[in-house]
Design a protein around this ligand. Structure first.
Ligand SMILES: Cc1ncc(C[n+]2csc(CCOP(=O)(O)OP(=O)(O)O)c2C)c(N)n1
Ligand SMILES: [Mg+2]
Length: 620
């Protein structure tokens, strides 16, 4: 962290480290940009950062009688360099909110208004998956956190760090205060605290950030007392802000990595299973390098952008049954039972380094034959080097044959998908493959990013588009909680905005209707993105499950839409979007309407507006 400026006598200049608020506000109004440039930055905070990015301990001496507790809290947060803070406003954080607005000039962090606390947290989830940096979120400790809880759970399951602050007041039992606010989400967060003093806040905020950002990354919670926010700090007080030094992520023990490399090199048909293996573009490139070196097959559950969608080594999960050696990379749910008799299963995962008990987010115990408790992305460079050293020249030429075999399987799978996509090409309601294909034609030469689940619309985007950069998709929710996708897509689009990328959201109708107010947030904060509805007017997955149940019981399957359709009345998504400031068209029911509507909507997005197309689709 930058040290405060000193004058010639060595004393701190009062306008720098205490607050003459009037002149500060004036300066902020005069130059928001200068304020942003002056904000302390720790770019190495992105997971995997090194000690080179460490800040220095700072002692703030209060020389004004107008400095408030929440102003000091902002001083503490400066070194985390939060670009945004999502908020649903509430009285118990009035001090903090006012400090963001006037003390910080609403810059780093800039407030992003969510109309529901679940929107605030899910936006932070989506933002991280593009930017690799957490957002701060400020929500009401009692009632707000209850709304936010499912989104916190999704981030926990998906290993996404979010810096959650709660407004609360324990000194006033008559209000909506809560005795132990973080308890509500303690089963699915990594750490929390409820500081009792400003220095305690400083300690806990830096600790919380460090815990959240160390793999396995996860959400953390600070409950911030209203009285502490609003207190005037006595003149002459000296408050210490601890320095933050990013942890290097835990990498595998070199001897164990050498042994693992031998298993891979000796295998006849090795396959990599990848789930949350890549945390960055570098991680994606490491996985490609390892797979190509070994000519190993890769099975991707697309929870992250782990591997290119058109890479010839990409395989379907059934290949697990043929492999003699499988390496699961951050894929703790891959059970040995899916492998053939005698096959070996190895794992590199941070799962055992931190987990919780109550809400299950795991499957059968994996039963690995060899297991390294470490971060996969941090371990891959070492593993690649070991494999490279152990691969003899003859081995390298021998593995080409299996690479060719995998490439042939991949080619057949892709041809099958293309043929399948053409089924019902001209149908109305629309074939979801056609929606994805028409969209691809229009975006393929642009800098695009799929900000929704890539398995939406029956995986058609994943099957038909060329995903090859880390920001090309944000993966899934982690929890399968419906309601995640709409706000997470807006958070990811917010991260894409400054990079000028075209954000695309393929949006299921059922998921959309959990948090439709998300649209207003996107329009209000001028977040450009294209939302294409998968409007099958149903909770279709549930209809399929209930129909199967009726069939098993030999009862009337035709009635199984009861309780799970979303029609009568049909929801007019375009009208809803327009009412909240979006460009919108629809309902679109005929395939001939698709391409021209997409063109107009993309033009609107490229002019800076969010746009929605309500495409009425086949159930799947
Ligand atoms: C919060 C939550 N409530 C209920 C469910 C159960 N559920 C699983 S899939 C699904 C339907 C989702 O509908 P939609 O988003 O329209 O997708 P579709 O199945 O139509 O493709 C529901 C309700 C869930 N996963 N999460
Ligand atoms: Mg649906």
């Amino acid at each position: 962290m930058d040290k405060p400026d000193k004058d010639k006598s060595g004393k701190s200049k009062p306008e720098e480290n205490s607050v003459d608020r009037r002149s500060f506000i004036k300066a902020a109004a005069a130059s928001g940009a200068a304020l942003a440039a002056g904000a302390h930055s720790l770019s190495a905070q992105v997971s995997g950062g090194t000690a080179a990015g460490a800040a220095a301990t700072e002692v703030i001496e209060i020389v004004s009688d107008r400095k408030h507790g929440s102003d000091f809290m902002m001083d503490v947060l400066k070194q985390m360099d939060f670009e945004f803070m999502t908020i649903n406003t509430h009285s118990d954080s009035a001090g903090l909110q006012e400090s963001v607005i006037n003390y910080m000039g609403n810059v780093n962090p800039e407030l992003i208004t969510g109309l529901h606390e679940e929107v605030c947290v899910a936006m932070a989830h989506g933002y991280y998956k593009i930017e690799g940096k957490p957002l701060a979120t400020l929500i009401y400790g009692s009632v707000g956190l209850q709304h936010a809880s499912m989104a916190v759970y999704s981030a926990f399951c998906d290993r996404v760090p979010i810096f959650i602050m709660l407004g609360n007041q324990r000194h006033n039992p008559n209000s909506r205060s809560v005795q132990d606010a973080p308890a509500m989400v303690r089963d699915f967060t990594k750490w929390d605290d409820s500081p009792l003093s400003l220095e305690h806040f400083a300690q806990s905020a830096v600790r919380a950030y460090s815990v959240a950002m160390t793999t396995p990354t996860m959400p953390v919670v600070l409950s911030v007392d209203k009285k502490l926010q609003e207190m005037i700090i006595p003149k002459g007080e000296k408050l210490r802000i601890p320095k933050y030094t990013p942890n290097t992520p835990p990498a595998g023990d070199p001897n164990a990595v050498r042994e693992l490399a031998k298993m891979l090199v000796d295998a006849e048909l090795p396959v990599l299973g990848v789930e949350r293996a890549a945390r960055s573009q570098a991680g994606l490139e490491y996985i490609i390098e390892l797979a190509e070196l070994l000519q190993a097959g890769v099975v991707d559950t697309i929870q992250r952008m782990n591997f290119p969608s058109r890479h010839p080594l990409l395989q379907e999960p059934s290949i697990f049954g043929e492999a003699d050696m499988v390496l699961a990379l951050e894929m703790p749910m891959l059970s040995h039972s899916r492998l053939k008799e005698g096959a070996k299963l190895a794992s590199i995962s941070g799962f055992d380094l931190f987990t919780r008990s109550n809400y299950w987010h795991f499957g059968d115990y994996q039963e690995p034959d060899f297991s390294i408790a470490a971060d996969a992305e941090a371990t891959l460079p070492l593993l690649i080097e070991e494999v490279r050293q152990q691969m003899s020249r003859s081995k390298r030429s021998a593995v080409r044959a299996r690479g060719a075999k995998f490439a042939e399987i991949n080619k057949q799978n892709r041809e099958r998908d293309k043929a399948f996509a053409a089924n019902g090409w001209n149908d109305s309601p629309l074939n979801t493959a056609r929606v994805a294909a028409e969209l691809w034609e229009q975006i393929k030469n642009k800098d695009w990013s799929l900000v929704s689940r890539s398995d939406g619309m029956s995986d058609w985007a994943w099957k038909l588009w060329d995903f090859n950069k880390y920001y090309h998709h944000i993966g899934q929710s982690g929890s399968v909680g419906v309601g995640y996708s709409n706000p997470a897509s807006v958070g990811a689009a917010l991260a894409n905005r400054k990079h000028g990328r075209l954000s695309i959201n393929l949006q299921n109708d059922g998921d959309f209707m959990f948090l439709p107010s998300t649209l207003w947030t996107a329009a209000h904060h001028k977040i450009p993105m294209l939302t294409v509805m998968h409007n099958n007017r149903a909770y279709n997955q549930e209809i399929m499950l209930i129909s199967r149940m009726a069939a098993l019981r030999d009862r009337d399957v035709s009635r199984c839409t009861i309780g799970s359709v979303i029609d009568n009345p049909n929801i007019d998504f375009a009208q809803m979007a327009r009412s909240m400031g979006w460009y919108a068209e629809g309902p679109i029911e005929h395939p001939s309407e698709l391409a021209p509507a997409m063109k107009r909507a993309i033009a609107a997005v490229e002019s800076g507006q969010p746009a929605l197309l309500d495409t009425v689709t086949h159930p799947n």
